[in-house]
Design a protein around this ligand. Structure first.
Ligand SMILES: Cc1ncc(COP(=O)(O)O)c(C=O)c1O
Length: 480
């Protein structure tokens, strides 16, 4: 180890380029200077490569197996996307490059805005927000700018959210300075319209709704719901995380929504792991267009430019034009489906209903309806009969080589297992997953401890997941 350190010092001294600033000790106060060489592990390159390759094989991703994580739309990321995003004209652009030098990128952004507006039946789109949750905050800020302009901001302080909502919804409402007004769902999993009528009034700024909901169910009375809000002078926000169910079939703008966010990173491939990269583009009806974040990508004659001249804009919500690589992938994905985008959603819905039909006799079904692109079953029966929970089922699925579905969400379903296959999976994969789910029911009856101690085939078994996230230990352990 010492040898390496000394060699590197000798190399520096031998350098023909005078660089006094980098001479050891030149700028660093003496008490901060290293007295010992750093304790770095010394390994041959193949050892290192093998180590990291072995670690990488412990990762589970959509490229290694089925990943039916409900609400997350973990669809395959076509390799052509990566080739396109790596094209030098896109890859080598500098964020400060003049608009004239970035015409291709601006055109792609403009085209993507146009397509997205068409897909959801709204007027205009900003691509800036870098996540669904950031899109939520942007959309709610647009609503508040609109009411400020109309002098109604002081009066309209509440946003209504159903109790099935994703956690980011109430968080965004609170961050935008509004109060959450919770509305219940009825026995069919729809918003309880009677409850709603009592909660909407002059104090209401809007509704925030995921449709299909996190139960995988389409709001059967959505037009009536929209009318209740519009009659009260309030607006409707659509959480577009579940847009994969409805592309080319129905449009949120036609349902009555005024503003929405997309999760480009779900609906249009590039599933996000570990929080990024994402894009939560926002679409709005004409009444909200003046408030969109600046700059807006506009067409100007034959060319494209960034428009900063928007006096009513809420301002910038993210640096530069937004997460550009995500735009290229989403654009490529949408164009490759072309007019068949409807097929994408229909296959996703078909896949989910197929799985639901295979599982519904063995797992409890909280709402006995056809589902959209995902569905929720409950392990409540297994818990009652054998003491095996949704978490145990999820962990045991790992032994069968599958990523577990989302568990314990939405909160209204006890022992929830939320399954989303997406359109990119083959029937054989769906069958294999369902067979594993059914085999696990048998195991729960015959040997519940097998589930409770699962997984048995992974490098680690049960983790303190919250602890691991909150008290992260990131360091190398030296053996001496
Ligand atoms: C229904 C729903 N809304 C909003 C979000 C937030 O999106 P993001 O994770 O991009 O912030 C998610 C994310 O999983 C979601 O499932």
């Amino acid at each position: 180890m010492k040898l390496i350190y000394e060699r590197s010092q000798a190399g520096r001294r031998a350098s023909s380029v005078p660089d006094p600033g980098l001479e050891p000790g030149a700028a660093i106060p003496e008490h901060l200077q290293r007295s010992q060489p750093p304790r770095l592990p010394e390994l041959a390159e193949p050892e290192l490569v093998r180590h990291f390759t072995e670690l990488s094989t412990r990762n589970f991703g959509i490229d290694t197996g089925f990943y039916p994580l409900g609400s997350c739309t973990m669809k395959y990321n076509p390799r052509v996307n990566e080739r396109l995003v790596g094209m030098p004209g896109f890859r080598d652009l500098h964020p400060y490059q003049d608009d004239e030098d970035a015409q291709g990128a601006l055109e792609l952004m403009w085209r993507l805005q146009e397509i997205l507006a068409e897909v959801v039946g709204l007027r205009a789109v900003t691509l800036q927000p870098a996540a669904g949750s950031q899109g939520e905050l942007t959309g709610l800020t647009l609503i508040s700018a609109y009411f400020k302009d109309r002098g109604e901001h002081e009066q309209r302080r509440e946003i209504v959210i159903p109790d099935t909502a994703h956690g980011t919804n109430p968080a965004s409402v609170t961050m935008a300075g509004y109060t959450v007004r919770k509305v219940n769902v009825d026995e069919r999993g729809n918003i309880d319209v009677d409850d709603l009528r009592e909660k909407v009034g002059p104090q209401t700024a809007g509704l925030m709704l995921t449709n299909p909901s996190t139960l995988g169910l389409f709001e059967e009375r959505i037009e009536e719901v929209a009318a209740i809000f519009h009659d009260a002078g309030a607006l409707l926000y659509y959480d577009g995380a579940n847009l994969n169910a409805v592309c080319g079939i129905s449009r949120p703008g036609d349902m009555g929504f005024d503003v929405l966010h997309f999760n480009l990173h779900k609906t249009f491939s590039q599933p996000h792991g570990g929080g990024g990269p994402g894009a939560g583009s926002v679409a709005v009806r004409d009444i909200l267009e003046p408030y969109l974040p600046t700059p807006v990508v506009v067409r100007d004659g034959e060319g494209f430019r960034l428009d900063h001249d928007r006096p009513k804009s809420i301002g910038r919500v993210r640096g530069f034009g937004g997460p550009f690589g995500v735009f290229v992938r989403a654009y490529a994905f949408i164009r490759s489906w072309g007019p068949g985008l409807r097929d994408m959603s229909e296959i996703a819905v078909l896949n989910a209903n197929y799985m639901l039909a295979l599982l519904k006799d063995d797992y409890e079904l909280p709402y006995d309806r056809h589902c959209m692109h995902e569905f929720v079953v409950s392990a409540r029966g297994l818990k009652r009969e054998y003491g095996a929970t949704a978490l145990d089922v999820a962990k045991r699925l790992m032994d069968y080589g599958f990523h577990p579905p989302t568990v314990y969400f939405p909160l209204v379903v006890p022992e929830a297992l939320m399954i989303e296959p997406t359109e990119t999976e083959a029937k054989e994969t769906l069958d294999a997953f369902c067979e594993a789910m059914l085999a696990i029911v048998g195991e729960a009856a015959s040997d519940p401890d097998l589930l409770k101690s699962a997984p048995h085939t992974r490098p680690v078994a049960r983790l303190d997941e919250a602890g691991a996230a909150k008290r992260m230990v990131v360091r190398h352990r030296f053996d001496d």
